[in-house]
Design a protein around this ligand. Structure first.
Ligand code: ADP
Length: 253
């Protein structure tokens, strides 16, 4: 479970996340959508423990920067950061040692197979295309079998097979009870598997919907997204759920 409580992050004077609070429960895939600069990566990096922020973030009940929290956390960054001089198999070995994993080789092999990397085991990080690096980064993030997974724009740069495989994996993890937070600026690419969607603008949530709410109301989420991000919908969402009325607008919840 991810619990974000009143998180505010500033870069100098720029307010990138403005008093965000939300929870991602076990077995839930939660989506962060919004235009470039909305604050999606910032909240993901804060949850991953990479940034200093005001407020509190708990991972499976533990403070996000604690070892207990990190043991349960998988983070797949927007830009893969591989070690140029390690082979991709050595990347898996490195993660296995860092997390003190046992019997990890079979799992690493299976992940490589799913992402069509088995024949590239001995390639160096620097020898791979951007898409292949992204696939290695995903394998590294998933090797410890995390209970909480953060994906920052994971579909960008992947080939169609890898996209299909990643979507299958997301659903498998969700079924296994993982809490998954995924950012994207392409709402249609994740439409089939999200449980909750948060539309971000200017460091805040402009609207939040659960799949149940959207199915119940028949609302067109894509239209809502464009209404909000292109400014045709102001701070008073008439069709909004109670969640929106609390979150949208200048007033604090
Ligand atoms: P998104 O992921 O939604 O595109 P980000 O979280 O990356 O948005 O950025 C939110 C805002 O914070 C943007 O205005 C961006 O320019 C700014 N920002 C992001 N990272 C930094 C940084 N390291 N230093 C200064 N400003 C930053």
């Amino acid at each position: 479970m991810i619990e974000v409580k009143n998180v505010t992050k500033k870069y100098g004077k720029l307010l990138a996340n403005d008093d965000l609070s939300f929870t991602v429960h076990p077995g839930e895939i939660s989506i962060l959508v919004g235009p470039n600069g909305a604050g999606k990566s910032t909240i993901i990096k804060s949850i991953a423990g990479l940034l200093r922020f005001q407020g509190e973030i708990l991972i499976c009940g533990k403070k996000n920067k604690s070892m207990d929290a990190k043991r349960n956390l998988g983070y797949i960054p927007e830009i893969p950061a591989l070690y140029d001089m390690l082979t991709i198999w050595e990347h898996m070995e490195f993660i296995a040692r860092a997390y003190s994993l046992e019997n990890w080789k079979e799992r690493a092999d299976s992940l490589f197979e799913r992402f069509e990397l088995s024949d590239k085991k001995n390639k160096l990080g620097s020898e791979l295309s951007k898409g292949m690096q992204q696939k290695v980064s995903i394998c590294c993030g998933l090797l410890p079998n995390p209970k909480v997974i953060l994906f920052d724009e994971p579909l960008v740069g992947l080939d169609p097979h890898a996209i299909k495989e990643l979507k299958n994996i997301l659903v498998e993890y969700k079924t296994d009870g993982a809490a998954i937070l995924l950012s994207t600026h392409m709402l249609d690419s994740v439409s089939e598997f999200w449980d909750s969607t948060n539309i971000m603008m200017g460091g805040k949530f402009a609207a939040r919907r659960t799949r149940k709410e959207v199915l119940g109301s028949g609302e067109d989420l894509e239209k809502l997204f464009f209404d909000i991000t292109e400014g045709t919908k102001d701070n008073t969402l008439q069709s909004a759920s109670t969640t929106d009325r609390k979150i949208v607008g200048k007033e604090k919840p």
